[in-house]
Design a binder for this molecule. Structure first.
Ligand code: FES
Length: 107
């Protein structure tokens, strides 16, 4: 398996409804993962970019959280409708999507 150009981590941690920390699953992370997987497949990009589901990445209140390496850019509040912007802007264009980045005091 070749080394990917970028690696996308998506938090799929789950906590019960009403938990004070919330969780990315409760705010839509599964739909984000599904959209990434479908777009990478349909656009024949799976060989270039690796997708991995993770447990909690830390800033639960800012979720759903998506983390992209090697740039270590953390996105927050990501929804399925944002996935095209991340693929086109960051993965293919090397321009992180500024409107989705978590505040600097978070990451
Ligand atoms: S539950 Fe996703 S960052 Fe903590």
């Amino acid at each position: 398996m070749p080394k990917p150009e970028k690696h996308i981590f998506i938090c799929l941690n789950s906590r019960p409804p009403g938990h004070p920390k919330g969780s990315c699953t409760l705010t839509g992370a599964q739909a984000v993962l599904t959209e990434f997987a479908e777009q990478l497949e349909n656009r024949e990009l799976k060989g270039r970019f690796r997708l991995t589901r993770t447990s909690c990445l830390g800033p639960c209140e800012a979720g759903p959280i998506v983390l992209v390496y090697p740039e270590s850019v953390m996105y927050g509040g990501v929804q399925a409708g944002d996935v095209s912007d991340i693929i086109d802007g960051h993965l293919l264009g090397d321009r992180p999507v500024e409107r989705l980045r978590v505040p600097v005091d978070v990451w």
